[in-house]
Design a binder for this molecule. Structure first.
Ligand SMILES: Cc1ncc(COP(=O)(O)O)c(C=O)c1O
Length: 442
């Protein structure tokens, strides 16, 4: 429900840089004063219970995204974030980030289409995929998206055919050994080959404007960023000698969204800022951008799932002497209405977030007996397992479990295998944050 104080549309009474968002078109619910995301989850579960539905759902807490943005601006003031759409393409998230004036890293025609349809202007998009279908390059060209990455001769030839006015960013391979998801075996030119690539770009009359790199997702050390920035300087110098006017450095993604490495964001930023000042001082005139994905969204999404079925399995090998069942030989099997083929594909595909810890929505007494439990997803496949040997109180069919930190590579990777519906997304923002944003940007 809309709060009366929260209803002042940005860009009206006070004017605001949040002009593109009004309480009517923002695509998220503004919570009444004092109402929290947890209150919203409680109400939603109650509401579903009173209807005939137990659909899984996410609540996207946009306050968290705003906080992350402020933290970014505070710590990396020289680096403009181009949010990586692939990480989570929920329209409300993209609209919010666009209103906060981020750019966008798009990896395909579909992502570019989505960004443009939400009002993002082409100059705020980098087509950051080094291996692009010809038709997608043509689409980018037709819609004024000029900035795009490359790392090979063949890509240069394709771009010269389809988008000869493109502003090219040479992606280099960097040390990804400190990252949980590695990317350098698939993407990025080695330093030894950049001279050849730049010469070919010159012969084709293409405009190379900068360098990008990606240290890998979920990076656990700051040194790869430092080395990447130093390597980029080397490529800038070479390109400048060859007559290109180099003006953009893109330091990619890799910033953690949760856990101890997220806590080190300030430390990482110091190292990055030091390297930028050393190799690309402010008076160099080089624009610095980055492509953070999980940093912005991972902690913002909570998933709510329902226990739709249950089996109690008696471990006969540990039966008591008199053959009686007891708590230690009961293993619980629970079946949720969402799993690995849906919102939780990270268990299989995302080494940076593969251990999920569902917890009960209801209050749990410390005295409650705990049982070894296996939690499965809903599909017919055994790979669809959420947790193994998980010690929790007994669950009942109809119980709700919550899983935090589900915002990265979840929504955008899920399938509807077995025709189980994808989880619905409810984006919300507190009235306090909404009003602060509108007043701050007056
Ligand atoms: C080219 C590119 N940019 C940005 C990202 C986002 O990375 P992260 O979510 O680690 O910030 C990725 C992730 O795979 C990527 O491939």
């Amino acid at each position: 429900m809309m709060n009366k104080h929260a209803g002042r549309a940005p860009g009206t009474a006070n004017g605001s840089v949040m002009r593109s968002l009004s309480s009517e078109n923002c695509g998220f619910e503004i919570l009444d004063y004092g109402r929290t995301t947890n209150d919203f989850i409680d109400n939603k579960i109650e509401e579903l219970g009173s209807g005939d539905s137990e659909e899984p759902f996410y609540v996207a807490n946009l306050d968290r995204i705003v906080k992350r943005h402020v933290r970014w601006l505070t710590n990396l003031p020289r680096v403009k974030p181009f949010y990586a759409v692939k990480c989570n393409n929920t329209p409300a998230v993209l609209k919010m980030l666009s209103a906060l004036d981020t750019g966008f890293d798009c990896a395909s025609k579909g992502e570019i289409q989505q960004a443009l349809s939400l009002g993002v202007t082409p100059d705020k998009i980098i087509y950051a995929h080094t291996t692009k279908p010809l038709s997608h390059i043509r689409y980018a060209c037709a819609h004024g998206v000029d900035m795009m990455t490359f790392d090979s001769e063949d890509e240069l030839l394709k771009i010269s055919l389809c988008h000869s006015k493109a502003k090219l960013v040479l992606r280099i391979a960097v040390d990804d050994s400190k990252s949980l998801v590695k990317l350098s075996s698939k993407f990025g030119a080695r330093l030894g080959s950049v001279g050849r690539l730049l010469k070919l770009a010159g012969e084709l009359g293409l405009d190379v404007i900068g360098v990008s790199f990606h240290v890998g997702s979920g990076c656990t050390g700051s040194l790869p960023f430092k080395q990447g920035i130093a390597d980029a300087r080397h490529v800038f110098d070479l390109a400048n000698l060859l007559g290109f006017q180099m003006r953009l450095l893109d330091i990619g993604g890799g910033f953690s969204g949760i856990g101890e490495f997220q806590d080190k964001f300030e430390e990482f930023s110091e190292v990055i800022n030091g390297a930028l000042d050393e190799f690309f001082p402010p008076d160099s005139g080089v624009q610095i951008i980055a492509e953070p994905g999980r940093y912005y969204v991972e902690s913002a999404f909570t998933l709510a799932v329902n226990v739709m079925a249950k089996r109690v399995v008696i471990d006969e090998s540990s039966e008591s002497d008199d053959g009686e069942e007891n708590s230690s030989n009961r293993m619980m099997m629970y079946y949720l209405n969402d799993g690995v083929y849906g919102s939780m594909s990270c268990i299989v595909f995302d080494p940076a977030h593969c251990n999920l810890e569902p917890y009960l929505h209801r209050a749990v007494k410390s005295s409650e007996q705990r049982y070894r439990s296996v939690i499965w997803g809903p599909t017919c496949d055994c790979i669809d397992k959420v947790t193994d040997s998980y010690w929790i109180p007994e669950l009942h069919v109809g119980d709700w479990l919550l899983i935090d930190n589900m915002g990265a590579y979840s929504v955008s990777v899920s399938t509807d295998f077995n025709s189980f519906e994808r989880a619905h997304i409810y984006p919300v923002m507190t009235a306090e944050t909404w009003n602060t944003l509108n007043l701050t940007h007056t």
